[in-house]
Design a protein around this ligand. Structure first.
Ligand SMILES: [Zn+2]
Length: 243
């Protein structure tokens, strides 16, 4: 393979643009925030399930409380009715019966009030548990929203970089001899494609060329395309090559 030294140098630009295109493509497909965003979505799902459980506990306690409150109202109505009847009756037996019933209604009311207090305490704890869970969800949502916005920005930037580098690459590739470009692309499939030989080192794989390899490169014609004996990429020679 032969190619003009200037075309060989252009390959360095193509290789650099190919690296930028690959990086930008990876960043736009999978921004660094994506993994954390996925983890937050899973976390929010777990938190929401727990919230449903906590809301269920609170609803049950609210139902218990209103049941006890209506029982209290029934007892109160019964006591009012019995008290009025007691005041108006002249029947001793009926009066005794009413007094006995008023006694048990008073005990019943006291029991109901104890139960009411206990439920109210539990309800207060259940309200706090719900509020705590809602705060965790809000926190998770806020972090997720911030990360999603950041990921969107990264994707937009990477897309711009990808499009710019792709445009630049076709401009440079367009002026390189077709056979050299085709050769580069074959080599690029399994190495960095083309790299500068800088002071005896291949910049594609960072290997220092052995003396005999350097001698081969030194003796090669200016328009000969030489490759790295280590990684196989096209070695581009410039005044920095140390030949
Ligand atoms: Zn190499």
């Amino acid at each position: 393979m032969n190619a003009t030294p200037s075309d060989q140098r252009r390959l360095l630009e193509v290789a650099d643009l190919d690296t930028r295109i690959r990086k930008a493509d990876a960043a736009r497909r999978n921004p660094p925030q994506a993994e954390r965003v996925q983890a937050l979505i899973a976390r929010r799902h777990e938190l929401a399930q727990e919230l449903t459980t906590r809301l269920g506990v609170r609803d049950d306690l609210r139902a218990d409380l209103s049941r006890v409150e209506s029982d209290v109202a029934l007892v109160d109505a019964r006591r009012t009715r019995d008290t009025e009847r007691l005041a108006s009756t002249s029947n001793v037996k009926e009066a005794q019966g009413l007094e006995s019933e008023l006694g048990s209604l008073a005990r019943r009311k006291s029991d109901l009030e104890d139960a009411e207090l206990e439920i109210m305490e539990r309800l207060e704890a259940a309200d706090s548990a719900v509020a705590e869970q809602e705060a965790l969800i809000a926190e998770t949502n806020a972090e997720g929203a911030a990360l999603s916005a950041e990921a969107k920005r990264v994707v937009a930037e990477a897309t711009t970089a990808f499009e710019g580098a792709t445009r630049d690459r076709s401009a440079v590739a367009g002026i390189i001899a077709a056979d050299l470009l085709a050769y580069y692309e074959r080599v690029a499939a399994r190495s960095s494609g083309a790299a500068l030989l800088r002071r005896g080192t291949c910049e594609g794989c960072r290997m220092v060329l052995a003396g005999t390899d350097m001698q081969t490169v030194r003796l090669a014609a200016e328009d000969a395309v030489v490759t790295c004996p280590e990684c196989g990429c096209i070695l581009v020679r410039t005044e920095e090559s140390g030949l």
